[in-house]
Design a protein around this ligand. Structure first.
Ligand code: GRF
Length: 218
């Protein structure tokens, strides 16, 4: 088997998506290993969960950088490089990135967003989906580009929106789809099956069906 890609997962909170990546990577056939988990928040619950799997964790507290985002990112970049990291997976990492980190990791950094992009970029996606009255909502894994929530789309999963939904119930339904599509997207990227061409992701033939499927969850 070819070498598994070394992945760092960046988190700020509970880390349920991080956990889905860790679980998938337990399979030796998975093309990536989660080598490092970094949080900007020392209280992120995901840190303990990752450590429980024997994964190295680190905290880079953004509050120590007094608004100097680039200095924060330079330290992050140095940390990732010192560990031989090849791919970054953002999983609920609540920091806006500057062009420094985005460019340094161009086409090697992916993110999960809880909406069907390009709809509902930014925060409070479930509230906004309900206010708008869309009948389908979901999640997107995409490469990170300079514009927030705007990079090439790797994979999406959709769920129905029910009349009885609250932001919480809809968010929970979307989260189940997030946990399915993020490992799939990471596998596509780590194996080299997904690559960026212009503003789109191109998939190798045998993987196109897999990613092209719209996942409809109950
Ligand atoms: C997820 O909904 C993810 O899509 C968004 O932030 C949330 C993180 O949740 N970017 P978790 O920490 O992975 O549980």
């Amino acid at each position: 088997m070819t070498q598994r890609k070394k992945v760092a997962v960046l988190i700020s909170g509970r880390g349920s998506n991080m956990l889905s990546l860790i679980s998938a990577a337990q399979d030796p056939a998975f093309p990536a290993e989660i080598a490092l988990v970094v949080s900007n928040n020392p209280d992120a619950g995901g840190l303990e969960r990752a450590a429980g799997f024997g994964i190295e964790t680190a905290v880079l507290d953004h509050r120590n950088y007094k608004g100097n985002r680039e200095a924060f990112e330079r330290d992050m970049d140095a940390l990732l490089r010192s560990r031989g990291i090849e791919l970054i997976a953002l999983a609920g990492f609540m920091r806006l990135l500057t062009p420094f980190l985005v460019n340094a990791w161009k086409n090697r950094m992916i993110n999960i967003h809880p909406a069907l992009l390009p709809s509902f970029k930014g925060l409070h996606t479930h509230e906004r989906a309900l206010e708008t009255g869309v009948r389908l909502h979901g999640a997107t894994v995409h490469f990170v580009s300079a514009e927030m929530d705007d990079g090439p789309i790797i994979i999406q999963g959709a769920v129905p929106v029910l009349d009885s939904d609250t932001p919480e119930s809809l968010g929970a339904r979307v989260l189940t789809v997030e946990h399915k599509i993020y490992p799939r997207a990471l596998a596509l990227v780590a194996s080299g099956a997904a690559s960026v061409s212009g503003h789109k992701v191109v998939l190798s033939r045998e993987d196109a069906d897999l990613a092209g499927q719209t996942l409809l969850a109950p």
